[in-house]
Design a protein around this ligand. Structure first.
Ligand code: NAP
Ligand code: ZN
Length: 350
């Protein structure tokens, strides 16, 4: 076992505090990583504050991890000491169900092991929950450790491990590319990377943001059009426009208004995970044979494909690097949509 420094909350309304945590002893297939940067995802906030219920405390969030390999177990072949690596939302899965065999470990039928707040598998240690990346070190099975290509800084790569793959996967699944009109609702952490990736795939990209305050940035990230959803005219103008609409918003939206923006056979994909259910009349789907679907991060092979794609296209997150003692303040700014566009914790400040 080794001891790491981490930032944890002890209750839904508690502030972050520095604590010492134990990382498991290296098994033959384990990799010990010195964390360099950890992104702050809105899911960290939902979990730290128990908005999805079921959070165990102390809770150490963080599933956008970039760092350097510090040590490897005796049987590790994929990574070597000194390699630049990343860890996303997943640190384990059964490995033998159909989704796992297809490389879609996030849909493991026997329950994926999430990077934080997941019961620790019995073979690793008895009891407890996984503790995430707001820490100086983490131990992860080699098959869940990604290689970060040279050419992307570790700081701007960290958010790709969740936000990047969460957008890349549905964009690939619904064939974003030349001739496809793609709209992204919400230009926050997920949304801004989605704009960059969708544009690099060759799609015609529209941002649907609640105001025009970030329009210049959106166009710089590669969007072709930018509309304010606070303006009712937007919904009249864009009726029947899109093949694919990706909803990254963490709050409740009038989803039928957005469904009407789809063309024939278009799909609206839910990525944001608000507390309240969607309310949709069947007629909003039946007209123009529209689909409503959802998507959860992406599997390990596709996460590597996404990192390689981002390196090739010069894509990284737009970030604001913060010291670990400013996490509480960063959370408030994310909730107020006052982030350009991802906070990343510098682990050296722990
Ligand atoms: P974020 O950085 O806070 O971005 C969310 C964006 O939604 C904001 O920037 C804002 O964009 C818009 N928004 C926020 N509040 C709004 C409101 N009241 N009305 C309208 N628009 C609002 O969050 P994130 O890290 O990108 O995460 C977004 C959501 O995705 C969270 O619910 C998170 O848990 C979920 N998530 C899902 C997955 C998955 O696998 N499905 C993975 C990661 C995260 P504008 O200012 O442009 O309107
Ligand atoms: Zn996330």
């Amino acid at each position: 076992m080794s001891t790491a420094t981490a930032y944890a909350v002890s209750a839904p309304d508690a502030a972050f505090e520095k604590i010492a945590i134990e990382r498991r002893e290296l098994g033959p297939y384990d990799v010990l990583i010195d964390v360099k940067y950890a992104g702050i995802c809105h899911s960290d906030i939902h979990t730290a504050r128990n908005e999805w219920r079921g959070t165990a405390y102390p809770c150490v969030p963080g599933h956008e991890i970039a760092g350097i390999v510090a040590a490897v177990g005796s049987e590790v072949t994929r990574h070597r000491v000194g390699d630049r690596v990343g860890v996303g939302c997943l640190v384990g899965s059964c490995g033998h169900c159909d989704p796992c065999l297809a490389g879609e470990q996030q849909y493991c039928e026997n329950g994926a092991v999430w990077t934080y707040n997941s019961p620790v598998p019995a073979e690793q240690q008895a009891g407890g929950r996984t503790l995430g990346g707001y820490a100086t070190q983490i131990v992860v099975t080699e098959s869940f450790v990604l290689a970060i290509p040279e050419g992307i800084g570790l700081d701007v790569a960290a958010p790709l491990l969740c936000a990047g793959i969460t957008l890349f996967s549905p964009l690939r699944h619904w064939h974003a590319g030349p001739g496809k009109r793609v709209a992204i609702i919400g230009m926050g952490g997920l949304g801004h990377i989605g704009v960059k990736i969708a544009a690099a795939m060759g799609a015609e990209v529209t941002v649907l943001s609640h105001s025009l305050s970030k329009q210049e940035d959106g166009l710089r990230f590669g969007a072709h059009h930018y509309y304010a959803t606070g303006d009712r005219d937007t919904f009249k103008k864009l009726r029947g426009s899109f093949d694919l609409i990706i909803n990254t918003v963490s709050a409740d939206l009038p989803i039928e208004d957005y469904l009407k923006l789809l063309r024939l056979d278009g799909s609206l994909v839910a990525l944001g995970l608000p507390e309240q259910p969607y309310s949709v009349r069947a007629s909003a789907l039946a007209g123009l044979r529209r689909s409503l679907s959802g998507s959860m991060i992406g599997g390990i092979p596709q996460t590597q494909e996404m990192l390689d794609f981002c390196a090739e296209h010069g894509i990284g997150a737009e970030i604001e690097v913060i010291a670990a003692d400013r996490i509480d303040e960063a959370y408030e700014r994310v909730i107020a949509s006052d982030v350009r566009y991802r906070f990343v914790i510098d682990a050296a400040t722990m």
